[in-house]
Design a protein around this ligand. Structure first.
Ligand SMILES: Cc1ncc(COP(=O)(O)O)c(C=O)c1O
Length: 373
């Protein structure tokens, strides 16, 4: 019998992946966490040019200087963060940036406060780093400073924030971010801020914690904003000494982010931005369709102000998210039960609207029929 490390034996295959595997290929997929759009043509063209120009070797471990400059400029102009290029590392997606941040900061037994329900990676990555993920129940489906404070112990080292949120779609207001920063500062805790959905906002504004507090690692990516999930480009911004430590891990794990994709990401950040607004407007249209259908079904759903997920509470139909997802799967509609995102997610169901209006309407129609009976 082969022996495997505890860190993998203790980690489950993501509940989301399991749902996909259980469904046939003819199912309507309302479970996907990636844009259904193609990458805009001018970004693809930049990649083709990079290939033609022979940008096919390793790049600097931190990323090509042009892209690090563009990221720093973007963080200054879009987010109001006083960013410099030497405070930026280019990674293989936001996933790697989150991983590097945790491995660089966390010691065995340190505690990491993660939103519950929250994106599945936070728990797994904290565990890989030898740390202990501590789920913080959300208030009105948002991270709340007073609840966070109740979960702080001597060992708390990091607080993960994700606004707009996967899976809840909720967005933190300025006052809420400020209160969270104050709690973190008081207890000398690093904030790891995952901002990958920042551009998909339907209500309110996006606030980067790094504009209010110094001890923040900001993570973002071109993955969602520019429909580039497969290109694997993300980045982290932090004080340059933190970036230096993250670079050590990145060098040995990854060497560098994919070279061609870095040139494509440069075109994404510095080129025309209308494509982002077009995608946002289309998500906004679909969001209305979903919210209307949920209302017809009598489901309570706090307004998803960002990202591309609705997260209704299923208990008014006399079931939890697990039961609802199982019934829908039998009817060939894939959704994700809220329990996949933490124990406090159990009453909920995540519905992704990163799919065509046509598929969305068909899926929601089946949902109305199946869950009402
Ligand atoms: C909140 C959140 N953070 C990070 C990621 C991963 O992003 P990337 O594809 O850039 O690694 C995802 C992907 O679903 C996500 O939902």
């Amino acid at each position: 019998m082969k022996r495997y490390a505890k860190r993998v034996m203790d980690t489950d295959i993501s509940g989301i992946r399991r749902m996909f595997e259980a469904a046939g290929t003819d199912a309507i997929n309302l479970g996907l966490g990636q844009p259904d759009f193609d990458t805009p043509q001018h970004i693809k063209n930049a990649a083709i040019e990079a290939l033609r120009d022979g940008h096919t070797g390793y790049t600097h471990g931190l990323g090509i200087p042009e892209l690090r400059d563009a990221v720093a400029k973007k963080l200054r102009e879009d987010n109001g963060i006083a960013a410099k290029a030497d405070e930026v590392i280019i990674t293989s997606g936001a996933s790697e940036a989150l991983c590097l941040a945790m491995l660089a900061l966390l010691e065995e037994g340190d505690e990491v406060l993660v939103p519950d329900p929250g994106f599945v990676s936070y728990r797994a990555l904290a565990t890989f780093a030898g740390a202990v993920p501590v789920g913080v129940p959300l208030r009105e489906l948002k991270m709340d400073a007073s609840v966070v404070e109740e979960h702080i112990t001597e060992r708390t080292r990091m607080l993960v924030l994700n606004s707009p949120s996967n899976p809840t779609g909720r967005v933190l207001k300025r006052g809420e971010v400020k209160a969270l920063c104050e709690v973190a500062e008081e207890h000398d805790i690093t904030i790891l801020s995952d901002e990958v959905y920042e551009h998909f906002l339907y209500e309110g504004e996006h606030i980067s914690p790094a504009t209010l507090y110094d001890n923040v690692i900001t993570v973002n990516a071109t993955s969602k904003t520019y429909a580039m999930t497969g290109w694997r480009i993300g980045y982290a911004h932090a004080p340059s000494e933190t970036i230096e430590q993250m670079l050590k891990l990145h060098q040995y794990m990854q060497a560098c982010a994919p070279s061609i994709s870095q040139w494509a990401a440069l075109a994404a950040l510095t080129g025309p931005q209308e494509c982002v607004e077009r995608m946002r407007a289309e998500y906004a249209r679909r969001r209305e369709v979903v919210l209307e259908a949920l209302k017809r079904m009598g489901l309570r759903c706090l307004p998803p102000e960002g990202a591309f997920y609705a997260f209704p509470d299923m208990t008014s139909l006399g079931m939890d998210g697990n039961e609802a997802a199982a019934k829908l799967l039998d009817a060939k509609v894939i959704t994700v039960p809220g329990s996949a995102f933490g124990k406090y997610g159990t009453p909920y169901l995540r519905i992704s609207y990163a799919t065509s209006i046509d598929r969305l309407e068909r899926g929601l129609h089946i949902m109305e029929n199946v869950l009402a009976t």
